[in-house]
Design a protein around this ligand. Structure first.
Ligand code: NAD
Length: 428
């Protein structure tokens, strides 16, 4: 979430308050669920390459574990704040409950900028983070994962430190590890494919064939690329993608009415994720301003880049032709835009559902690690399809029966499941 005056935790709490009222939750339950169960703040001293010592601030927040061990990423970011971590941990609780996996919500972070740190210094931060919190996390308590600016290598250093401290192999301690070192096949594709599994179901409900759809996507990273790949395999046509250009410090949209070709675009994408504009033009793409993705005459919009992208100001630019919006990114739509989309009857597949393929596959990784038996890619993706489809059906049924906007229906299911688990355990 962006920094500044915007406070993501206040937003997460007010979303919860609204649903708690709809569900008629008792005051004790509201008090329990609107704050994290536990949070840890700690310091990580690191001997830097120049011999000096830097002290980094680390966090782990465990919002709720009534349904299972907490699950959530660790973010390295210079603007990391405890309120961001709190909000993200709460959203993880709801996301795991939405897809009905037996996990709770957690999130962690370190205030640091990996761009300015050597690999050795980053390794020391990873190991230091685990040393500070190892007694309170683990396969049956809280299972971390990568997030913004953390990757499989960071996860492996963290696992190694945890195993040193606990004295045995425990690959289920953390997910997002490299394949061959406890990682799961299919994890790379999982979020983008999961988005398209839900889009496929929404189209089925609307009586539209994927082959008859045009799509515009914001972003060209992990989620966007695999969403484009699968939707194209289903016969749909993606006509516009957008991405951030590091050199120009601006975003651009790339449009080809006959359909973008993923492989040809990947071949001209640099390591920062920017598409080469001149080469794209040579290949017949129109290069447009970055925000052009939102105003395309398409059936489906997939915001898969950042939060806060469909707002009260630009929601009016969305074409009347758009029938489905699938939120690949977390929090891309503001509450003001939500109101307009709900009134227009756009079929929204909210982030808690649309991008839950990532955490679902992380859960599969954990299961495989705990069994020490690893599945084939097709088995992973088949199980993912089943999980995403049944989560979609549950949301769609509530939305239909209660005539609710899909985001509200998703929250209603998720919060209700977590509240029931707390009640059944006798916590409230
Ligand atoms: P990524 O870093 O691989 O890709 C991000 C993309 O967004 C890049 O192509 C970048 O160029 C583009 N971008 C950045 N600023 C932009 C702008 N102003 N306009 C257009 N494009 C812009 O990230 P990702 O893993 O694909 O994640 C994308 C979103 O999905 C994030 O909100 C993330 O939190 C969410 N998400 C990711 C996963 C996952 O498994 N990767 C899971 C759940 C949610």
């Amino acid at each position: 979430m962006s920094a500044g005056s915007f406070n993501p935790f206040q937003m997460a709490q007010s979303q919860f308050d609204r649903i708690a009222e709809l569900l008629g939750l008792e005051p004790g339950m509201c008090q329990l669920l609107r704050d994290p169960l536990r949070e840890y703040h700690f310091l990580i001293p690191v001997r830097m390459d120049d011999g000096s010592t830097n002290v980094f601030r680390g966090f782990r927040v465990q919002h709720n574990d009534a349904r299972g061990p907490c699950k959530g990423g660790i973010r390295f970011h210079p603007q990391e704040t405890i309120d961001t971590v709190r909000a993200l941990s709460m959203w993880m609780t709801w996301k795991c409950a939405t897809v009905d996996i037996p996990l709770g919500g957690g999130k962690g972070g370190v205030i640091c900028d990996p761009h300015n740190l050597s690999a050795r210094e980053q390794e020391q931060i990873c190991r230091g983070w685990v040393r500070q919190i190892s007694r309170n996390i683990g396969p049956v308590q809280d299972v971390p994962a990568p997030d913004v600016m953390t990757n499989p290598q960071h996860m492996l250093w963290m696992l190694d430190e945890y195993e040193r401290l606990s004295g045995g192999h425990a690959p289920g301690f953390i997910t997002g590890k490299p394949v061959g070192m406890g990682g799961s096949l299919g994890r790379t594709e999982a979020t983008g494919f999961g988005v398209i599994f839900t889009v496929r179901e929404a189209l089925r409900e609307l009586g539209i064939r994927p082959q008859d759809t045009l799509v515009s996507v914001q972003g060209f990273g992990n989620v966007a690329q695999y969403a484009i790949k699968l939707h194209t395999e289903f016969g749909g046509r993606v006509i516009c993608v957008s991405c951030w250009d590091q050199d120009d410090q601006a975003s651009y949209a790339f449009r080809k009415m006959t359909g973008v070709n993923l492989d040809e675009l990947l071949a001209i994408t640099n390591r920062f994720g920017g598409i080469d504009k001149a080469k794209a033009q040579d290949l017949g793409y129109e290069v447009l301003p970055g925000d052009a993705w939102i105003e395309q005459e398409v059936d489906i919009l997939i915001p898969a880049a950042l939060e806060n992208q469909i707002t009260g100001e630009n929601v009016g630019r969305i074409s009347k032709k758009v029938k489905v919006i699938a939120e690949g990114a977390n929090g891309p739509t503001t509450p003001e835009a939500d109101k307009v989309l709900a009134e227009r009857g756009v079929y929204l597949i909210p982030d808690l559902l649309a991008n839950a393929g990532g955490v679902t596959c992380s859960y599969f990784e954990q299961v495989q690690c705990n069994m020490n038996y690893y599945w084939e890619r097709d088995e992973v993706l088949g199980k993912l399809d089943v999980a995403m489809t049944s989560a979609f059906e549950a949301v769609s049924e509530v939305a239909r029966k209660r005539k609710m906007y899909q985001r509200d229906a998703t929250y209603l299911i998720a919060v209700d499941r977590v509240a029931r688990a707390c009640r059944d355990r006798g916590w409230v």
